[in-house]
Design a binder for this molecule. Structure first.
Ligand SMILES: NC(=O)c1ccc[n+]([C@@H]2O[C@H](COP(=O)([O-])OP(=O)(O)OC[C@H]3O[C@@H](n4cnc5c(N)ncnc54)[C@H](OP(=O)(O)O)[C@@H]3O)[C@@H](O)[C@H]2O)c1
Length: 277
């Protein structure tokens, strides 16, 4: 259908991406979903979603994605939802610079590359929507999430700059800032901390026990956690609103975090944040 809107959604093997790809299709979009592993292609294809392999750390897969979508749609890409990412937990002093670099390759540089390759197609048509899934941790720092927090703070800066630069182009740029959402995110983060951090010999060894409990699901239940549909609700606004907002906060903790940061003196705010795990 010529008038069907098209969107690329990344990181669709699980969680927010998997949910949003299916919901967008149900709402009439032509969805190009991406996964990292070929073995995950079938999950979405079974639901009739065009699915392609793209890994943000491999530039060749980013270019191949844009070429394929452009060929299949005649250069008609209405929207891009950058979503695929992971969290590398661990105290800042326990993370090697290479591990920090890896975090940025996926969560930041890859997003920049894909966005840069999509913008010319949008510019040619004088319209488009770019929505980046950031995090409350892109606005408020948490202990033991330094790599992830840094990648999302960087993303915030880049995205808002891009938004201002594209102001008169017909291309709208927004950020979604979720708080806790029930996905595979914490399970994936657990694997990353176990892989990259020397938990036993760290000065933070005792605090890591609490972190591990949080990540493996044996810690206190977060009663504010929402499902991925909460993110889809605001994604729809970012894609459809006449004047989409720069920031869409999702969950009560995300809203509270931003409000407290605005209201409290910095010292007090960071002391309060230090108490949260
Ligand atoms: N869940 C939360 O509480 C929460 C809160 C705030 C923000 N977010 C953000 O929400 C977004 C989605 O996360 P989620 O919660 O849905 O987590 P998730 O269930 O772990 O899904 C993450 C997705 O990103 C993909 N991914 C990982 N590395 C990638 C790479 N190098 N290139 C392309 N894709 C890659 C994963 O693929 P594989 O399966 O192959 O690893 C997976 O499809 C992320 O941007 C995250 O930062 C999540």
């Amino acid at each position: 259908m010529a008038d069907q809107r098209t969107i690329i959604v990344t990181g669709c093997s699980s969680g927010i991406g998997a949910y949003c790809a299916r919901a967008l299709k149900a709402d009439g979009w032509r969805v190009f979903a991406t996964v990292r592993k070929e073995t995950d292609l079938g999950l979405l294809e079974a639901d009739g979603i065009e699915t392609l392999v793209m890994d943000y750390t491999r530039q060749d897969t980013i270019s191949a994605l844009v070429t394929t979508v452009s060929e299949r749609t005649g250069g008609h890409i209405d929207a891009l939802f950058n979503n695929g990412a992971y969290g590398q937990p661990g105290a800042v002093e326990d993370l090697s610079t290479d591990v920090l670099r890896e975090q940025f390759e996926t969560n930041f540089f890859g997003w920049h590359e894909l966005t840069r390759q999509v913008i010319p197609l949008m510019r040619a048509r004088g319209q488009g929507r770019i929505v980046n899934c950031s995090s409350i941790l892109g606005l408020v720092p948490y202990r033991f999430r330094g790599a992830y927090t840094a990648s999302k703070f960087a993303l915030e800066g880049l995205t808002i700059t891009l938004r201002m630069e594209l102001q008169d182009s017909g291309i709208h740029v927004s950020l979604i800032e979720p708080g806790p959402i029930a996905t595979r995110f914490t399970a994936n983060a657990l694997a990353k901390i176990e892989e990259h951090v020397d938990l036993k010999h760290s000065a933070h060894a005792v605090e890591y026990r609490q972190q591990l409990a949080r990540l493996n699901g044996t810690g206190p239940v977060n009663k504010h956690k929402l499902g991925p549909e909460a993110v889809y609700d605001v994604l729809k606004s970012a894609l459809n609103a006449k004047n989409p907002r720069p920031h869409y906060l999702v969950t009560t903790p995300a809203k509270q975090g931003v409000l407290l940061k605005r209201l409290l003196p910095a010292n007090l705010f960071y002391r309060l944040m230090r108490r949260l795990d």
